[in-house]
Write a protein that binds this ligand. Structure first.
Ligand SMILES: [Zn+2]
Ligand SMILES: [Zn+2]
Length: 222
């Protein structure tokens, strides 16, 4: 198993500007510099989640093209946490109609339109249809779908497309992970990301650290 980002790099963070984080993009970047991060990707929820939940909509997404890091040397880019929408494998991959080169694919119970027991087919179809544009699968071991998810089949399928799977720090920290599924995933996965999925500033540090601690304690880190 290869970890893409064993160093100070985080590829899953939410802001208040474009979804449901508590902190602004400027605060994220300043704190990332303070704790020694070298690279971060701010990946707010797609329009599907934002519409469903009534999250931020007042800031134009087009502004990110004008944005520059004036605080420090952290390399910052903007991705999107896309949504798996239904059993046909349809996804939402934009914010305000704007897409990104860096797309996470995640399943969220509040946005998934089909019966949760169709989740395996949904992932299968989505990977078949969209694998060329998916950077990684976000929190595949989330509790919400654990009753129905065949994590071994999903992991093998992701491996076939060379798509990494995520160890999600915030979900581990906040007891939203099915740890048995996570152990099964880690046993089989070829490539993984270890990210914070921070929604509050402190999680940039604590959630990543917690995820690495889990990997170490469970014997997945050499
Ligand atoms: Zn998510
Ligand atoms: Zn997220």
């Amino acid at each position: 198993m290869q970890i893409i980002n064993p160093g100070p790099e985080d590829y899953h963070i939410h802001s208040i500007n474009y979804s449901d984080g508590l902190m602004t993009i400027e605060e994220i970047v300043q704190y990332a510099g303070k704790i020694g991060m070298e690279k971060i990707v701010i990946t707010d929820h797609s329009q599907a989640t934002n519409d469903k939940s009534g999250f931020a909509g007042k800031t134009y997404r087009s502004l990110i093209r004008r944005w520059k890091n004036v605080h420090n040397e952290v390399q910052v880019s903007f991705g999107i946490e896309g949504d798996l929408l239904n059993e046909d494998g349809e996804i939402c991959d934009h914010i305000q109609g704007k897409k990104s080169d860096f797309l996470i694919l995640s399943a969220h119970k509040s946005v998934y339109q089909s019966n949760p027991n169709t989740i395996n087919q949904a992932y299968l179809k989505a990977l078949e249809r969209h694998h060329t544009k998916i950077a990684f699968l976000g929190h595949p071991c989330i509790r919400d779908f654990a009753d129905y998810l065949d994590i071994e089949a999903l992991t093998k399928n992701a491996n076939q497309y060379n798509i990494p799977l995520e160890v999600n720090g915030a979900n581990l920290l906040n007891n939203k992970t099915n740890k048995d599924n996570l152990r099964r995933m880690l046993t089989l996965a070829d490539i993984i990301y270890v990210n914070s999925d921070a929604h509050v500033l402190c999680e940039l540090k604590t959630a990543r650290e917690g995820a690495f601690k889990f990997l170490k304690e469970e014997g997945f880190l050499k």
